[in-house]
Structures are given as structure tokens and as C-alpha cells.
Design a protein around this ligand. Structure first.
Ligand code: ANZ
Ligand code: ZN
Length: 845
């Protein structure tokens, strides 16, 4: 009844028709702008929930569905709890697949990309995800590129970007640079021509300048980011303390090198193993190699082995077996004066340390493998069990594997020193002798951002004959891509374009040429999360609105795949710090919390096109509806774990929703208020056990909901919340008090709304006249375990009374009962045990 005493019309009960209610509510949400945040609302707390944006490949897959359902549950929860919620979505739209499609299907990358975006937007919408539509953008939009180019210029001016020659995969036939994925078994993916390594100038961003801060700030993320991700980033940055020192070349070697090179500098993290060095290994690109090749004194097979190493990519080298050739050149060991041979080795990298190592096969796995292969001596110099108590150095070419544990140094001035202490003492001595110095090294490399491709953000630099390389003027931005290009896989389309490159030098005004490299797509994904904070009406004019940034950042919860543990997440952290130092933003770290969702598997393998085991989310939604899809992905596994596809679990999810729908007809027909708590209160005492039990289960589920969303139970275990809701629903079904039904439904719809929103909004509208969900407090009295007194009888004769709580199962009830009448049962032969729930237990003996 409503206030005027008139009965409220409840629509006649109908079949559960997900398609109908889902389209209805999706239209409603859009029309009412239900998910648009208030730009800045100082009256409310804010939450910024972000799922990693997708690459617009053309279709969403189950991994996306999972990722976005997790984020959506959080966003809806906070909205309901009176937060101002920013939950945006966009498109990581530049990248190679668009160009590959252009080559294959003769379409334009832009057409292809934006058509895919339209398709995928519809797919996401059909899932009822509560994204802000108004803040959506694609990173290929010119107004986004505009500011990325501005950042590039500011970074260049600050010395954070430089050019350096680097080796790239090059197809000599197509005259084009190839990405690693385009090199298949050493050959070009298009024409099968063997790929060579070609040196070309590339732009680099100095992420290494931030190595220390990136490492140190990981500490502040502990407890908020998965430990695994933090560890992976630490290892990737790879900070290590070591010794840089110079071996003197022997006199014959100096002569060979025309006295132009007199020393070989190496970097080691294991200065304590210095006496165990038996050879040196240098990178194929090392200056000594260059010099000796020029001299033309190497045997032709040695020369061709070196050429082969130089022509294989860094990735290939890492994957192939260790190999090398000796140069017949030697260094002098600074402590022992021994002559050690210099080898060229494929596992030594030119851009790490000094591109040369002292090789200590006894204590380093790579050196060991190499020494075994080429029969180089293996020398034990540390007191470890392998030394068998001997107290002077020992050659042991039969050693089975490299020794990785520490041991004390033996003999000489460092005798007895072990570990860090030993290393520091050796470093100190070398510094005193001026042979070398202690250094900190990082594995992290500067970030090469040049790509010789069309579908990317143009690097806003100009090549002028007079002025050199000059940044474009800010007022000339954006530098947009020409649309009339011929993309055929040969060369760089921007380079080939007849007119696009021609421009005027921003400095001297003379004719000049544009840079034709575009930026790595990781640049776009390094700042998109900052951009969403700014209202779209300002996007044209500024990168960010200061006040909006202050209000919305950090991202409170970032959700995405573990495959982004290193690159994307590290670059995003780095960009945040750079933009801070350029004065654009004020935060140090972008993502306060990170949730890495597990993979979606089918038949034990990751769902992927190549394995042919993908399930198309569209057909799932078409068959069962979005709510079933959402319920399934959140019920089948906790978010961080792997999710195994299971057809019958999908069925089960659908059946639960159908039952939820069908039994809604037991809700009080005249219950037209949106606050259910008034319903039961006065009646609590007169409820029977089943009714009390049902209420208890309902409030337990509600309490679980509070706990799970507030992270008291870590990892957002929505699966347990769904399980609790199902249990509550079953308990409700075991009683028939319409008031308990109504209250239970009211609360269950509230709990389930973040997970299965469409059905919840529909039933709430039908039965509770409400189009809004609010937070409901837990009725603590409902949670108390109710107890009853059982009569315990033997052969029908009452022997005892026992109070028991309602949550006990049959086994526990019997156990209590037996204990209470133990003295009568002691020697008896129990023939039968009968439990009458909530009343009595009878033993027949
Ligand atoms: C001698 C040694 C003995 C080493 C030993 C290790 C163990 P991290 O810890 O990753 O920084 N190294 C140095 N420069 C290299 C290069 N350009 N390419 C390949 N390897 C290089 O690694 C440092 C160690 O990697 C260095 O310490 C060096 O080998 C090798 F029992 O020196 B070590
Ligand atoms: Zn100029």
C-alpha cells in the first residue's frame, strides 16, 4: 500500500527474460547519465576505479569480460555507498595490428581502428558495464597526440630524451625495420628474407635517471600491490653494487691494437671471485672486436663467426646456446699477473656495464657453461665444500656445476673475508691502486621509443641542415598523420610520403624535414589514466585540469592482467614522476592499489585464438544474458586466481538468476517502500526458527558484502559473496513468511547489484519502487546464533535437556546428545538414532 492506502500495481509476474530487461536498463542508464561522475564534488568522498583499457583488436574476449566485471563491481559498490565514482574506459588505439590489417585487407589503419572501437564499445555496453561514456577517448585522437607531443618536447628540452645508434631488425628486401614479432626464425614475416641487424639512430627516454626513485618507491606500494609484481619490477630495475676495473692488455695485444686500446674495462658484482677469473669475454660489438676486425688479421672462420653473432638479435642471442670465439688477445690479471685470453661471446651485452666481463667459471653459471664448451680452465678460489678443505687455489675442470653459494676468500691480502665484506674490501683495494672503482649498476635500460611505422604518434622533431635536430613549436602541435598513405609493408610509410615530411625549421625558418619515426604505443598508455581526470570539455585546450587532477588522483584501484607487471606499469610510474617534475601533476605514484586478475583458461590452457579454445563473450550474452556472464566470471574463481571455463557453471549461474526471478513473486505485493528495515523489527521475537535462520543468512551475506568490498578479506573474493548470497536465498526458500521474504529480497538485490545489475534494478523497480541502491546497515541481532533446547530421550524416555545453536549439523547435534546421556549409553547397543530438528533426539537401544 502506498501512503494513500491505494494498492500499488505490481506488474504481473513474467518469465525471466534477460534480453528485455538488460536492454531496458542499459538504455535507462545511458539516458540518465547514471555513471557520469560529478567533475569535482567536495561533498562526497571519491573513488577512481580503473580497468586497463583494451587494444581495439576488433572483438572483446573473456579476459576483458573478467577484467571489466571486477572493476564494475567495485565501481557500482562505491557509487551505491555514496562515493563520487570515476570509472572510465578508452582505447589504446595505435599499434602494429592496424598496419598489418592494412597490408592484408587493403583498408586504412584509421578506418580499421575506429570501426573496431565502435564494435567493441557495443560489446562492452551489452555487458551493462558502468563506464563513464563521456570521458571515453582513443589514444589515436589528435587532441590526445597533441599533448603527448608536448610532453616529448618538454622532455627533450630537459635532456630526458636523446638520440643514440642502436641495432634494429632490418629486412634488406622490404627496406624496413621489423619488430621482434615480425622476425620469424630469423626471417622477415612477409618475404622470408633473412633479417640483418642494422644500426640506426633512435630516440631514447632516460628512464635510468629515475631508476633509484622507481626502486625506492616500490616500498610505498607494499601491501597495496601484489608482491609478485613488486618483485618483478625490482628485478627488472636490477640495481647491483659492483666493481668496474681495468685489465691491462699484454704487450703483444697492445701492439695488435696499434696501442690505441691499452686496457679492457669490466664490470663485476662478484669482486670476491677475482682470483678465479680464467678468461675475459667481450660483446660482439665491443670496440676491441671492431678494431681487430678492421686490421684484417683474423682467420676467416673466426671473422664469419663474429659476423653471425653481430647479425643475430639480442633476443635470439639470449635464446640460443652460449657460443664464442677466441681472439688470440690477452689481458694481465692485476693481482696475479697471469695472462688471460679474450673471447668474443654471444652472452655478453654491449649496453650493460662496459660490454666486457671477467669470466669466473667456477662461480658463474654462464661462464661455467662457456668454459665447459670450450675447455677453458675452472679455478676454485673460495672456501666452500667443493674445496674439500684445501687451502690454496685448485683447478677443477671436472666440476659438475657452478658454485653459487658464498665462501671465504683464500690466501693473500683478503684471506678469510666473505660475502659483502670481501667484495667491499676488494673494491676498496682496487680504488686505492686506482685500478677501478665501486659502482652501482642497473639492469634497467633507457627506453627506446622510436618506431619506424605509420600508425603511431609522430615524434615532433624536425631535421634541419643548419640547426640539426630541433623540436617543433608547441603552437604547431599536433603534428598529425597524413591520411593519404600507401601501406604495403615496404619501408616507413611516413618516410615515403611525397609531401608530409616537408616543413620549415622551427628555429631558422628554412626548409627542413619532419622526423618520420612514431612513438612506441607504451607512451600512450603511460598517461591515459591521468587524462580521464580532466572534464572532456577541457581536453582541447589543456593536458590536465589542475583541480581535477588533485581531486581524482591517485587511481584507487587499478585492475588488469599480470602480463603488464613490468613494462606498462613501470612506464606508467615513470611517466607520472616525469610529468610531476615537469610541473604538470603533483603525485609520485599513479596507482594506489593494484589487482592483477588471473587468466581465463579452457581445458587447462589459456584461452587464445592460436589454441582454438576461445569462448566468444557475445554468444554467451546472446544465449544467457549479461547478468549470467557476469555472475559466472565472478563466481567461478576469486579475481586473482585462474578461471577455468565451465559450461555447466554457466548453466548454474543462469538457473540461479532464474530462480531469483521466479520466487520474487513471494515478495509482499503491497510492500512499496524502499526501506525494508522497518519490516521486521517489531516482530523479531515472534519469528520461528526457519525464519530466524533465513534472516541470519541474509544478514551474514550482507556483512560479507561489507567485508569483501572494504578489503577486510583481501583480494575481493566475490565468489564467496555470491556463495553466501545463494545460501541466504536457499534459507529464505525454506520459510514462507512474506515479510522475511521481502526483507531478504530487498537485501539480496542490494548485495548482488554490483555483480548482476540488470536483474537487480528490474526487481527493485517492480517490487520496491526504487531505482537507487543505498548502503544498508547490518542488523546485528539477526546475526546472533539462535539456540533451542533439545530433549534427549532413550527409547522414548526423557533423560536430559541440551541447549544447542541453530547452525549445528546432524552430526554435531548427535554428538552433543550422546555426550549428555553417556552414562545410559555406555554399555548399550544403539540400534537407531533419530533427530527431530529443533526438538529432540531419541536413541533406540
Ligand atoms: C664476475 C662474476 C663472478 C660475475 C661470479 C658473476 C658471478 P648483475 O648482477 O645482473 O648486475 N656481466 C657484467 N657485464 C656484463 C655484460 N655486459 N653482459 C653480460 N654479463 C655481464 O650481473 C653482473 C654480472 O654479470 C657481473 O658479475 C658479470 O659477471 C656479468 F661468480 O663478474 B660477474
Ligand atoms: Zn634550422
Amino acid at each position: 500500500m502506498d501512503k494513500n492506502g491505494q494498492s500499488v500495481q505490481v506488474e504481473h509476474h513474467t518469465e525471466y527474460n534477460p534480453r528485455m530487461i538488460e536492454t531496458k536498463w542499459q538504455a535507462f542508464w545511458q539516458e540518465h547519465r547514471s555513471f557520469e561522475p560529478v567533475s569535482i564534488d567536495t561533498q562526497k568522498p571519491k573513488k577512481y576505479i580503473l580497468s586497463m583499457f583494451p587494444y581495439p583488436s576488433g572483438a572483446i574476449h573473456m579476459g576483458h569480460v573478467r577484467n571489466y566485471c571486477i572493476g564494475d563491481a567495485l565501481a557500482r559498490h562505491y557509487r551505491k555507498n555514496n562515493f563520487n565514482v570515476l570509472h572510465p574506459m578508452g582505447w589504446d588505439a595505435f599499434g602494429m595490428p592496424a598496419e598489418n590489417a592494412a597490408i592484408k585487407h587493403k583498408t586504412h589503419p584509421k578506418t580499421w581502428t575506429y570501426a573496431n572501437i565502435d564494435t567493441m564499445r557495443k560489446e562492452l555496453q551489452s555487458l551493462g558495464l558502468s563506464f563513464s561514456r563521456e570521458r571515453e577517448f582513443a589514444t589515436s585522437d589528435a587532441i590526445y597526440t597533441r599533448f603527448e607531443q608536448e610532453f616529448f618536447i618538454k622532455m627533450w628540452e630537459k635532456g630526458l630524451i636523446y638520440r643514440k645508434e642502436a641495432y634494429l631488425n632490418w629486412c634488406p628486401k622490404d627496406q624496413t625495420v621489423l619488430a621482434n614479432e615480425q622476425v620469424i626464425e630469423g626471417k622477415c614475416w612477409r618475404c622470408d628474407t633473412p633479417v640483418v641487424q642494422k644500426q640506426m639512430f633512435q630516440y631514447y627516454i632516460k628512464i635510468t635517471d629515475y631508476a633509484d626513485e622507481l626502486l625506492e618507491d616500490l616500498e610505498s606500494l607494499e601491501g597495496h600491490w601484489p608482491t609478485q609484481v613488486i618483485t618483478m619490477q625490482k628485478n627488472w630495475i636490477g640495481r647491483s653494487r659492483g666493481l668496474n676495473f681495468r685489465f691491462e692488455l699484454d704487450s703483444h695485444t697492445k701492439e695488435q691494437l696499434d696501442h690505441q686500446i691499452t686496457h679492457l674495462e669490466v664490470f663485476t658484482t662478484r669482486a670476491d671471485t677475482i682470483y678465479g677469473a680464467t678468461y675475459c669475454a667481450i660483446a660482439p660489438e665491443h670496440p676491441i672486436v671492431q678494431k681487430i676486425c678492421e686490421k684484417g688479421i683474423l682467420e676467416s672462420d673466426v671473422l664469419s663467426a663474429i659476423k653471425a653473432m653481430q647479425n643475430s638479435s639480442i633476443k635470439e642471442r639470449a635464446l640460443s646456446e652460449k657460443s664464442g670465439v677466441p681472439l688470440n688477445l690477452f689481458v694481465i690479471h692485476p693481482l696475479t699477473q697471469e695472462r688471460l685470453p679474450i673471447w668474443v661471446a654471444n652472452f655478453v651485452l654491449m649496453d650493460y656495464g662496459s660490454g666486457a666481463v671477467m669470466s669466473v667459471p667456477a662461480y658463474d653459471e654462464r661462464d661455467f657453461e662457456f668454459a665447459k664448451k670450450y675447455h677453458l680452465p675452472i679455478k676454485l678460489v673460495l672456501a666452500t665444500p667443493e674445496m674439500q678443505g684445501m687451502d690454496s687455489y685448485r683447478i677443477d675442470n671436472d666440476l659438475q656445476k657452478a658454485i653459487i653459494h658464498e665462501g671465504a676468500m683464500i690466501g693473500g691480502r683478503f684471506n678469510g673475508l666473505i660475502g659483502d665484506e670481501a667484495r667491499e674490501q676488494v673494491i676498496k683495494y682496487f680504488e686505492e691502486q686506482q685500478w677501478g672503482e665501486g659502482v652501482i649498476n642497473y639492469r634497467l635500460r633507457d627506453w627506446g621509443v622510436s618506431r619506424q611505422r605509420y600508425w603511431g604518434a609522430p615524434i615532433p622533431m624536425v631535421h634541419c641542415e643548419e640547426c640539426g635536430i630541433v623540436p617543433e613549436k608547441i603552437e604547431n602541435l599536433p603534428i598529425v598523420l597524413p591520411e593519404d598513405v600507401n601501406i604495403d609493408g615496404e619501408g616507413n610509410p611516413l618516410d615515403k610520403h611525397p609531401a608530409w615530411k616537408q616543413c620549415l625549421c622551427p628555429k631558422c625558418g628554412k626548409p627542413a624535414q619532419r622526423e618520420s619515426d612514431t612513438m612506441d604505443t607504451f607512451v600512450q598508455s603511460s598517461w591515459y589514466f591521468l587524462r580521464y581526470s580532466t572534464p572532456p570539455s577541457l581536453w582541447e585546450k589543456q593536458a590536465f585540469d589542475e583541480a581535477s587532477l588533485r581531486y581524482w588522483l591517485n587511481v584507487d584501484e587499478y585492475i588488469g592482467g599480470i602480463e603488464h607487471a613490468i613494462l606498462h606499469l613501470l612506464y606508467a610510474r615513470f611517466f607520472t614522476k616525469v610529468l610531476r617534475d615537469l610541473g604538470y601533476i603533483h603525485i609520485d605514484e599513479p596507482f594506489a592499489n593494484l589487482l592483477t586478475q588471473g587468466m581465463v583458461l579452457k581445458n587447462g590452457a589459456k584461452m587464445s585464438k592460436s589454441k582454438g579454445n576461445v569462448v566468444d563473450p557475445n554468444s554467451l550474452v546472446a544465449q544467457y544474458g549479461a547478468d549470467t556472464a557476469r555472475l559466472f566470471v565472478l563466481f567461478a574463481a576469486p579475481p586473482t586466481r585462474e578461471l577455468e571455463w565451465n559450461d555447466s557453471a554457466v548453466e548454474g549461474s543462469f538457473r540461479f538468476l532464474k530462480r531469483l526471478w521466479d520466487r520474487s513473486m513471494y515478495i509482499l505485493p503491497d510492500f512499496a517502500q524502499s526501506d525494508a528495515s522497518a519490516l521486521i523489527d517489531s516482530q523479531t521475537c515472534s519469528l520461528n526458527k526457519e525464519e530466524k535462520e533465513a534472516r541470519k543468512k541474509v544478514y551474514e551475506a550482507l556483512q560479507k558484502s561489507h567485508e569483501i568490498f572494504s578489503k577486510k578479506q583481501s583480494g575481493y573474493a566475490f565468489n564467496t559473496l555470491i556463495a553466501a548470497s545463494m545460501e541466504a536465498f536457499n534459507a529464505l526458500s525454506k520459510q514462507d513468511n512474506p515479510r522475511v521474504w521481502s526483507e531478504g529480497y530487498y537485501i539480496l538485490l542490494h548485495i548482488l547489484e554490483p555483480i548482476v545489475p540488470h536483474i537487480c534494478w528490474e526487481l527493485s523497480e517492480r517490487y520496491f519502487m526504487c531505482k537507487n541502491f543505498q548502503s544498508i546497515p547490518v542488523d546485528k541481532t539477526a546475526l546472533e546464533s539462535q539456540s533451542v533446547v533439545y530433549a534427549i530421550t532413550i527409547n522414548g524416555k526423557k533423560r536430559a535437556e541440551v541447549e544447542m545453536t541453530l547452525d549445528l549439523d546432524q552430526g554435531q547435534i548427535l554428538e552433543n546428545a550422546r555426550a549428555s546421556v553417556a552414562k545410559w549409553l555406555k554399555d548399550a547397543n544403539i540400534k537407531k538414532e533419530i533427530v527431530v530438528p529443533f526438538k529432540l533426539v531419541n536413541f533406540v537401544i
